[in-house]
Design a protein around this ligand. Sequence first.
Ligand code: FAD
Length: 117
Amino acid sequence: KLENATLKAELGRATWKFMHTMVARFPEEPSQEERKTLETFIYLFSRLYPCGDCARHFRGLLSKYPPQTSSRNAAAGWLCFVHNQVNERLKKPIFDCNNIGDFYDCGCGDEDKKKGD
Ligand code: FAD
């Protein structure tokens, strides 16, 4: 089947939004288990992302720049950096990772609630 660049870009935008929003909610001081969960998620994601060429390229980035999971800041900064690596390759504008703070708001309204509430 022919490549459809519009659909591929739409999937990319939705995926990046989800990923950046997910790490923006990652614990500031994660437990070992939370760190492992994020790391495992990222590697499984890189096996399952439906655009095969994108996934292959992303796996290359992972081997060069392993996921950083020591804190929310580390995880958000790492994801911003690897997204910029993709941007560079696709000749897209580079995002200022210092501005990532409030950019990804999930709108969930439960930021301060404890797990299980
Ligand atoms: P996107 O790159 O989708 O970004 C969406 C929005 O996020 C931007 O408008 C901006 O507001 C914000 N943003 C931009 N950069 C950052 C950053 N560094 N950190 C935080 N926020 C940021 N497409 C291909 O054609 N070839 C590929 O090999 C390819 N690989 C991909 C690999 C992965 C893992 C993913 C998720 C997507 C990949 N894509 C690939 C899709 C591509 O990255 C874009 O999503 C798509 O081209 C749409 O681009 P866009 O200009 O709308 O912005």
